[in-house]
Write a protein that binds this ligand. Sequence first.
Ligand code: ZN
Length: 191
Amino acid sequence: MCPCCGAPGAPLGGRLGLVGHGIRERQVLGPCTAEGRPELIVLRLRRYRCRHCGAIVTSAPAGLLRHVLYGAVAIALALGLWAHGWQPGARVRAVVSPWRAGAERWHGWRSLRRWAQSGARLWPGLQVASVGAREQATSIVTQLAARAAEASGAVVALACCGAVMHITAQNGWTIDPPELSVEVISSSHRR
Ligand SMILES: [Zn+2]
């Protein structure tokens, strides 16, 4: 189904509403699960064009955030470890980033504050007050955890789950089962 105009992707017996429109490569950083290792993954995402409204739609796995290199799970995990786990930025970075640490070892990890401040943009619908970055991170993690499928568990793990569920609910990628249209072409772990 086209997320822009709602036209069916492949109406039964009718003409295909969404037609293939090439492949786009997309990098995603971080662990894919709360317990995963940090990695760099290159995905090949299938694109479609809607015959009805002309929209170009990219079919993507639910864990991707628009215009952000790190995956949704990685960011939720990072904010959770930082805000709820009270871990220093450099420690969080070591868990979440596939890249070697640079100056962050002394200054903390700048991405954490940036993500905390842009929570409502990353996950539209979240209510994030203009308070300190760590308070914002706490609020984001709590709200994401409330969206998890499970009712109980560690708040950080729940937030990782909710981070993906929330995007799925927002985007409604319903072209294919997303796994079918995603091909991992490379995956590298930190050495
Ligand atoms: Zn459309």
